[in-house]
Design a protein around this ligand. Sequence first.
Ligand code: 5GP
Ligand code: MN
Length: 320
Amino acid sequence: MKIINEVKDAKTIAIGGHVRPDGDCVCSVMALYRYLQKELPEARIDVYLEKPAEVFACIPGIEDIRSDFQTQQVYDVFIALDCNDERLGNALPIYRKAGRRINIDHHISNTGCGDLNIIEPQRSSTAELLYDLMDPQKVDEEIAKAVYIGIAHDTGVFRYSNTSPHTLETAAKLLAFGFDFSELIEKTFFEKTYVQTQIMGRAVLESVRFMNDRCIVSMVTRRMMEFYQVSTKDLDGIVNQLQVVSGVDCAIFMYEIGTLEYKVSMRSNGKVNVADVAVKFGGGGHVRAAGCTMNGTYHDNINNLSREIAGQLKKQKEQA
Ligand code: 5GP
Ligand code: MN
């Protein structure tokens, strides 16, 4: 199945992704944007996405993204990438009005929200899945670069268990374009600003282990973000840093987004299914990486999350 067969008659196409877009989301959106521009030079193609982090300035065409979401246009097709409609944020009204809706994603918690759903949870990333929906002859270096960065981000640079032989085969084809992959990964994935490192240090310093040290949690308040002059985009990577602590099966990181409102990120080594935990609180994700938004105090949220995690671990013990 190729994506072009699904959109070739469309005169207007919109592409969108999830709120607080991560590397896979930004790069998938940009790769598809560029690909469809090449395939359908006559069509009008627009991208609606929250403003990506500065590090993605290296992706060609990123300045075309429409982060104001202001449009009266009713698109023939809307393609929602890396999420379901609940996470489209301000793009949701544009999605709802579109003549045909296509949903492409790899999140196990996504049941599909489109007229056409291409949901493949075994894929490392939406970028990997997208590449197979493209004609390889039409993929150029810029598209390859975006797909590569998307895959690299969602696999923790080919480290997480979602990395499959197919992921690496795809990456090999992309590398053949000869771009400087090492610099791209360094700049978009590993490099941090000084304040990003400071707030990560603070969050790690203030982390607390619980449930016999099998879980670890930390939190960043809005006051802390103001103090370090950082935004929520600067908090990426903190939860992964908590997860590397030996003996930890589940890491939780929260940051305050409003009064008694927290964005929660969870990571697991596979012993806890954090997608199931997140879904219980209206979120979603993958078995080893998931998130949700929770209302209540920090401690109430920890209590509620740990009840779910403890329940899972207890069930496993009973089944063993
Ligand atoms: P992160 O913790 O890095 O924000 O997200 C981890 C994974 O869970 C990502 O694949 C992300 O798309 C997904 N995720 C995070 N927050 C939410 C949420 O509120 N709802 C859903 N459905 N997925 C989420
Ligand atoms: Mn993804």
